[in-house]
Design a protein. Structure first.
Lengths: 291, 547, 315
């Protein structure tokens, strides 16, 4: 689940105005080199996903027998795999699978979890109690077991694995959103807004949601990176996309069987995963800012 | 779920068959000239954990890895000559039509709980293996056919009766699936037999302790004095014990071996062989006999119902490329559905030629024309086939991917399916879901073909009347030949039928043989005299450590 | 609310969570394609007739209607009988007995190591002599959660066990063998804790009382341990409960990579063969652990922070 947000110390992000874009603008001004680099990495990964042909001429699916298990060289930056496929090409072509997978996973957790948290935190009372018990149950079932069960139910494939990862993150999103809502709600200006006769729903929409969003968006960026990792863990356990899909997690997981003889098969895609996830984490951190 | 051993070999024909078989273990262990030293504990790294240790389930390698060390069998099959030699039975008689077998047992043999291994115990074992005990969820052994009942003549003589000729029974008494266990063990349900210490055998080793799923400690029985009569090793085992550890990660097993943390490992992939050898370690490519690693079609699926389509795929397959890309010299090219070191093998290489042009022509003739995406189409259907990898065979996933590349060139799509055990098992029963399957069965007997393809056994073609669902396909000609293979008492005729069966499988292009798959092990240089029985399962009785 | 009343209500809630987890997992498992009996008896080399298969199903009771199976599973679970693993051929209680302690030991030590590691990092992130070093250390937690756990484990083994031959992983002594698995678990777990600590340090150090204390001659060290620690304990405690799921997922991976026995690997094997009895037991066990951890955490809050005692809402 990556880095969880601690609800009780709550990050004091978000301004007291409803102009949610202002902090974003402020943050862009204060961005450091590490964050710029992180954005560059993510943009490059997106470009790989959109225009893989610009970055590699090799076929990602069909290999060249006789060229198998070649060490990294100028011709093959990341070497070749057991079927003679260029690993760099597989990483580039795999970008679209991994990024969209992570995106779907994050979206599922974000949408469902945030809705639950918002409901729970703003309505309160019995609804809050029920939602939170559901969240407890979800948290008490090991996330990995939950994800595996969903994959078995839906069938194998990148999309289903992403949904499974997303579903396992719902509880964490819900908790975070709820704590944010409660924090914002109890703040003076929201109480003032309600006190001055504002309708609850419009107060929620205009004040609570935007002000809780910074943390949630930061957590989403974190979750995005974490989803890439979790997809690779699923591949490691044999629940990933079916080959020859060049999904990153699958590349790292399948490559590890060759670690004694052809280390690059797992090391190269592994480093790519580490760098991209690191970039996503850095972006998350910069969105949240240091309190 | 690997195989069982052979059955139905008539006593008289044993030597004949043995002589016909080319003995072939590609990397023979270095049979040391010096005298074995006693003592020491061997660390054996398994890939998978054992399941229920009910002896008829010993086809699964991890199960045999344990059962072979802790149980004895009535007879011993010499892995070189395939002859049946005395073990717990000192001698035996078989009546003319192979329906009555009498065994005279060695004296003084005891199970590790002290109870005697006498005629009564042997009868009890075979009653369960031959008939099953469904209330205890104990199934009938695949190696035993037509079993009727046992009779205890006296303390050291036991007789078995069969409902119909069972010429393979003598050989069946030598298989790892026929390990003898104490009567108390037979009384446990299959639900209790997954605990190794519950299995009381008479073998050279005893289970001292177990951590479920990861570790078994075996210790040598000091008073063991009844090994197979004709093997070099006599008396107790040389080793003091064996530690069997489950290490699922390939890289960790290899690394542990090469860094001295393990002595002997199962499942070494071809790509790691060079590294193991360079380090001075030994790779054992123990031949498994039986059938070759192949893909079999399910003609119940309309896409592969047409003989021409199957023939086209046979000729579109380049098994040489598969071997040179993914395997090593321990994996000889298949020349028939049957392995070349099996009795009755017929060389059919001339029928198995790689010829993509012929393949394309056959597909054209069958009415499959290339579509816009390069995949052939007919009446709106794409020629796209799905297959699951086999989890038990070496590099099945890579093999299928390479096959997909080769078939792509003639306009056929092969898609690798993925699913967990439940979906896989269900889909495998349905030819519409799985038009083809990677397959291979290990048995040192021609009957292996029946076991693999006959409707009421493993039924890999999914014929009507077998395990398959919604299939109308049946090949009576093939089934008749397989019946004859299994019941013909005359050896020469039986081998002839075996040849007919192989020819039928290739003529109809039911099967595309790829290579002869060994079971690969690797050992440290100081591990000596590990023996592999006829189907490649390790026996550590004679093993010793030169340290 | 009195303490005993509070405890009672929490206990009630816990039981409801346990029951719900049991029921939810039962429903989930019922929807699975195929079942353990089919997988075991039709998947391999057994050639059973449909009648024999039906017979075995009957013996296992797996052909009863779902409600009946649910009730019988619930009642036998209440009496402590978890049934048998169909695939492994062992009583579930025997499986649990062999696997609970190793997992608790691994997870417990892994968590402990993570806490030590995160405090060390947090300390160094503020007190290291060079600013570039401090920045690098601040980056480390992000890196720690960016590495696939199984990949880290395999790399650690290759490096420290097989190449450098420093620590054995196969057949080692009881504690030596835990070094690398613990490291594998601790690295990702330490990251969120370290991040909270670092944020707290920044927070505390900018407060006026620190400057006052410093002016009065207190050492930085003293300020760190006295104030930062006191402030950080609560969030760290909270995160313990949240990290539970991650510890378990980490245990699955670490146990598989290192060939250790434990609940994680047991779970993975049971999922692969749809061994319902084992999975239900694992779900109950993990739910019980989760509920207990959270209860303990909540009980510790007021002890650590007297302000919270007055605030009923906090508990």
């Amino acid at each position: 689940m990556g880095v969880a947000e601690e609800p009780r110390t709550g990050v004091s992000a978000g301004s007291r105005t409803a102009e949610w874009w202002r902090p974003v603008l402020e943050q862009i001004k204060g961005i450091g080199p590490a964050t710029w680099l992180s954005y560059a990495v993510l943009i490059l990964a997106v470009l790989w996903a959109l225009f893989p042909g610009l970055f590699t001429a090799y076929d990602a699916i069909t290999g060249t027998p006789g060229q198998q298990l070649r060490a990294p060289s100028l011709a093959h930056f990341f070497g070749t795999d057991a079927l003679g496929r260029d690993v760099f090409s597989r990483v580039v072509h795999g970008s679209v699978h991994s990024l969209s997978g992570a995106f779907v996973a994050t979206a599922v957790g974000l949408v469902v979890g945030t809705a639950l948290g918002l409901l729970s935190g703003s309505v309160g009372g019995v609804v809050d109690e029920i939602v939170m018990r559901i969240v407890d149950v979800l948290l008490s079932i090991p996330g990995l077991l939950f994800a595996l069960s969903i994959i078995i139910l839906l069938g194998f494939g990148t999309l289903n694995a992403s949904i499974a990862v997303g579903a396992a993150a719902i509880a964490a999103f819900a908790r975070l959103m709820r704590s944010e809502v409660i924090r914002v709600r109890s703040s003076d200006y929201v109480e003032a807004a309600i006190g001055s006769g504002g309708k609850l729903s419009s107060v929620l929409w205009r004040h609570v949601l935007p002000n809780s969003l910074t943390s949630v968006v930061a957590f989403s960026a974190l979750q995005f990176g974490s989803a890439i990792l979790q997809l690779s863990t699923l591949s490691f356990l044999g629940y990933g996309a079916p080959p020859p899909t060049p999904e990153w997690g699958l590349l790292v997981a399948e490559g590890r069987n060759y670690v004694a003889t052809a280390w690059w098969l797992t090391a190269a895609p592994g480093l790519v995963v580490v760098i991209v996830v690191l970039a996503a984490n850095q972006v998350s951190k910069s969105i949240r800012g240091r309190a | 779920m690997l195989s069982k051993l052979s059955r139905r070999q008539l006593l008289k024909s044993m030597c004949a068959i043995g002589a016909l078989v080319a003995t072939g273990v590609t990397a023979v262990p270095s049979w040391a000239q010096d005298k074995p030293t006693a003592g020491g504990t061997l660390v054996y790294l398994e890939k998978q954990a054992h399941t229920s240790l009910y002896p008829p389930g010993a086809g699964f390698y991890p199960n045999a890895g344990v059962l072979n060390q802790i149980t004895d069998k009535l007879t011993y099959q010499n892995p070189q000559t395939l002859e049946i030699e005395p073990w717990i039975a000192e001698s035996w008689d078989v009546n003319a039509d192979a329906t009555e077998y009498t065994f005279r047992l060695r004296e003084g043999v005891t199970f590790s709980d002290g109870t005697p291994l006498d005629a009564k115990a042997v009868a009890a074992n075979y009653d369960v293996y031959g008939l099953g005990n469904i209330t205890l969820k104990q199934t009938v052994s695949e190696a035993i056919n037509n079993y009727a009942r046992s009779e205890v003549i006296d303390a050291k003589t036991v007789k078995f009766y069969f409902k119909a000729p069972s010429p393979g029974f003598l050989q069946a008494t030598a298989t790892p699936t026929s390990g003898l266990v104490a009567v108390s063990t037979l009384g446990l349900s299959a639900d209790e037999l997954g605990r190794a210490p519950n299995i009381i055998g008479s073998g050279p080793f005893v289970v001292a302790s177990e951590k479920l799923g990861t570790e078994i400690q075996l210790t040598a029985r000091k008073d063991y004095a009844w090994g197979p009569a004709k093997v070099k090793q006599q008396g107790r085992a040389n080793l003091d014990g064996i530690t069997v550890l489950t290490v699922p990660e390939d890289g960790v097993r290899i690394g542990a071996l090469l860094s001295g943390q393990g002595d002997f490992i199962r499942q070494v992939h071809a790509y790691d062989e060079a590294q193991v050898k360079t380090a001075g370690y030994t790779v054992y490519g123990a031949q498994t006999r039986g059938t070759t690693h192949a893909v079999a079609f399910r003609p119940g699926n309309p896409l592969v119902a047409d003989l021409k389509v199957r023939q086209a795929l046979l000729h579109a397959t380049n098994s040489t490329e598969i071997i040179t890309t993914l395997f090593s010299e321990n994996y000889p090219k298949a020349r028939s559905p049957l392995s070349s070191v099996s009795a009755g093998f017929v060389d059919l290489s001339s029928e198995l030629g790689f010829d993509p042009e012929a393949a394309k022509k056959l597909l054209d003739e069958a009415g499959w024309k290339p579509g816009a995406d390069g995949i052939r189409q007919k009446d709106g259907a794409r020629l796209s086939l799905g297959a699951y990898e086999s989890l038990n065979y070496a590099r099945s996933k890579e093999t299928l991917q390479l096959l997909a590349q080769q078939w792509q060139k003639v306009g056929v799509e092969l898609k690798l399916l993925a699913g967990e055990a439940g979906t896989r098992t269900k889909d495998d029963l349905d030819p519409l879901k799985t038009p083809l399957v990677p397959t291979k069965v290990e048995r040192a007997d021609p009957d292996v073909l029946k076991s693999q393809y006959y409707p009421t056994t493993r039924d890999q073609l999914r014929q009507k009347g077998g395990k398959g669902v919604a299939t109308e396909f049946v090949d009576k000609t093939l089934n008749d030949i397989l019946d004859k293979v299994a019941s013909e008492p005359n050896t020469a005729k039986r081998l002839e039928y075996t040849g007919d069966a192989q020819k039928r499988l290739i003529e109809q292009a039911y099967v595309i043989p790829l290579f002869e798959e060994p079971q690969s092990f690797a050992g440290a240089p100081d591990v000596k005299d590990v023996v592999f029985e006829a189907v490649g399962r390790p026996v550590f009785y004679s093993a010793w450590l030169d340290r | 609310m009195s303490l005993s009343k509070y405890l009672l209500s929490r206990l009630g809630q816990a039981l409801i969570v346990l029951w719900a987890a049991f029921t939810l997992s039962f429903l989930l498992l019922q929807m699975m394609p195929g079942d353990a009996v089919l997988i075991k008896y039709m998947g391999g080399d057994f050639a059973l007739t449909p009648e024999q298969l039906a017979n075995i199903r009957q013996i296992y009771g797996s052909d009863n209607p779902p409600l009946q199976r649910y009730l019988s599973a619930l009642t036998s679970t209440l009496t402590g009988d978890f049934g048998y693993s169909i695939d492994a051929g062992v009583r579930v209680t025997a499986l649990l007995a062999d696997n609970i302690l190793p997992t608790f030991r691994l997870a417990g030590l892994g968590f402990l190591a993570a806490v030590v590691l995160s405090f060390t990092l947090a300390f160094l992130s503020y007190f290291s002599p060079f600013s570039w070093l401090r920045r690098v250390i601040t980056m480390l937690p992000s890196l720690f959660v960016a590495i696939p756990v199984f990949w880290l484990g395999i790399m650690l083994i290759q490096m420290f066990s097989f190449r450098l031959r420093l620590v054995p992983v196969i057949n080692p002594g009881p504690w030596v063998g835990l070094i690398l698995p613990i490291a594998t678990l601790a690295v990702p777990i330490s990251a969120p804790i370290a991040q909270i600590l670092m944020r707290n340090i920044d927070d505390v150090m900018t407060r006026p009382f620190v400057a006052v204390a410093r002016a009065k001659g207190a050492s930085l060290n003293w300020v760190f341990w006295k104030h930062v620690l006191a402030n950080a304990l609560l969030p760290v405690l909270t995160i313990c409960g949240m990290l539970f799921g991650e510890l378990l997922a980490g245990a699955v991976v670490a146990e598989t990579v290192f060939g250790l026995n434990g609940i994680g690997r047991l779970t993975e094997a049971a999922v692969a063969t749809l061994d319902v009895a084992v999975l239900q037991a694992v779900v109950l066990l993990s739910a019980a652990t989760f509920v207990t951890i959270n209860l303990v955490v909540d009980l510790l809050y007021p002890l650590l922070d007297p302000r919270l005692r007055k605030n009923a809402k906090a508990v």
